[in-house]
Design a protein around this ligand. Structure first.
Ligand code: F0G
Length: 434
């Protein structure tokens, strides 16, 4: 573990890069510290049916691959993980893909994938005796942090960009008792400010620059492999914001591959919003060797990030698995979100970039019909109800954004209609929408 604890902002003093948690013995076949693949599969499955709190967490169930605590009784858990993998029958049919699934991370305790990372890093904060934890956030990290801090008995500080986070998320930070500061800057500004603050006060930083966050966020990779009986899908499609999640999933699959739990890694593709696409540009213009920050703007506020911290780790995940990095427009995101809703699954806007991206990959022939695809749905649909209501009321997108797609959008809209309180009027409304 390369001195990850040394600096409060988790960056190397020499090169400025982020740390990674490494377990040296795991990649050496026949090495002494190498966990036994068959044994792990057996014990992880057994734990699903026990009543121990730690075993019932979909993160700590995999604790052999999370040796980050001195004592596992320090784990702070809300029974996260073990999220459903849904077959997306409608989208599969439209896209002519036999096996298309959604791994719904919005079904975590605070409604997003952040819980899997937060349980890990908050447990470290508690074990090390911190009184305060903090994060900059577009909303979901702060919701998760506030909840887990409250469970751990720690105080939490949240920095958010004023007016740019969804109400559902802001309400969670308040509900769970965080000190919430709304700043006149964007997410990137909040994170850079917080990196200075943690150098001046004993506050534990819980953004995904914290490598223990990524340790927790790698566990959905284990769940996916387990669900496919240890034969992994061909493609994993992930939204890209600060790029911690794609990095963590890459690490999870890499470790399973090195340990001999799986025979290959899925192609990991990262999808960004066109208005917040620094990684796409980095691939397009600099072969992913450097990244130039952009001023980010998208209605998918969760991924409104122009200077992603973990971009190098995400590049590694994409390049070593042979995946792609591409962007999608605001209209494409809104349409994909409505389609995911119409499957009875629902998700928040940032998650919908995955389906929008898959359509492009499919059209470009990068995903074949016989391949197995998993979309990572990162947040619950109730996180950003305003977005959904505005879409269905026809108030979300500007005219120039919808050009050529008016009919498609009209077919998806389900606005609430004002109806007279009589049976005849309600029955007429049903007929009109049949
Ligand atoms: N999807 C959702 C719903 C998110 O909240 C985020 C990030 C992402 C995707 C992107 O994940 O940053 O790991 O690439 N939300 C962060 C937050 C930044 O503060 O809640 P990433």
């Amino acid at each position: 573990m390369a001195g990850a604890d040394a600096k409060p902002d988790f960056r190397c003093v020499v090169c400025g890069e982020l740390f990674d948690v490494e377990y040296p013995g795991w990649s050496q076949r026949g090495g002494q510290d190498r966990p036994n693949a068959g044994g792990l599969k057996w014990v992880w499955r057994e734990r699903r049916s026990t009543s121990e709190d730690l075993d019932r967490s979909g993160v700590w169930r995999f604790r052999e691959l999370l040796p980050i605590l001195e004592d596992f009784s320090n784990a702070v858990s809300l029974r996260e993980g073990n999220t459903p993998l849904y077959h997306m029958t409608r989208a599969a049919m439209t896209l002519r893909i036999d096996l298309l699934f959604a791994k719904h991370q919005g079904m975590n305790p605070t409604g997003s994938f952040k819980d899997t990372g937060m349980t890990a890093a908050m447990s470290v904060a508690k074990e090390r005796g911190f009184a305060w934890v903090a994060c900059a956030s577009t909303g979901n990290t702060s919701a998760a942090m506030a909840a887990y801090a409250a469970r751990a008995g720690l105080r939490s500080l949240v920095l958010i960009p004023e007016g740019k986070i969804a109400w559902g998320k802001l309400s969670q930070a308040m509900d769970y008792g965080a000190v919430t500061c709304q700043l006149q800057t964007d997410f990137d500004g909040c994170l850079s400010l917080l990196s200075q603050i943690v150098k001046e006060a004993p506050i534990y930083l819980l953004n995904s620059v914290n490598p223990y966050r990524l340790e927790g966020q790698k566990t959905p990779a284990f769940e996916i492999a387990e669900a496919f009986d240890w034969s992994v899908p061909d493609h994993l499609i992930v939204p890209g914001g600060n790029l911690g999640n794609s990095s963590a999933l890459g690490k999870g699959f890499r470790e399973m591959y090195e340990l001999g739990l799986v025979a290959k890694m899925p192609k990991i593709s990262v999808i960004q919003a066109a208005g917040a696409n620094p990684l796409v540009r980095s691939f397009r213009e600099h072969q992913a060797a450097t990244l130039e920050p952009v001023i980010a703007d998208t209605r998918a506020t969760a991924i409104r990030i122009g200077n992603p911290a973990s971009w190098r780790k995400a590049v590694r995940a994409i390049q070593e698995t042979g995946g792609w990095c591409l962007d999608v427009t605001e209209a494409e995101i809104a349409i994909a979100k409505a389609e995911i809703g119409a499957e009875g699954l629902g998700c928040e806007p940032a998650s919908a970039v995955t389906l929008a991206g898959l359509k492009k990959l499919r059209a470009e022939g990068k995903v074949a019909s016989g391949e197995t695809v998993v979309l990572m749905l990162t947040g619950h649909t109730l996180k950003d109800a305003d977005y959904t209501i505005n879409f269905h009321r026809g108030k979300l997108l500007e005219k120039d954004e919808t050009e050529g797609r008016e009919a498609e959008i009209a077919g998806l809209r389900r606005d609430a209609v004002a109806v007279e309180a009589t049976p005849a009027a309600v029955l007429a409304a049903m007929k009109g929408n049949a």
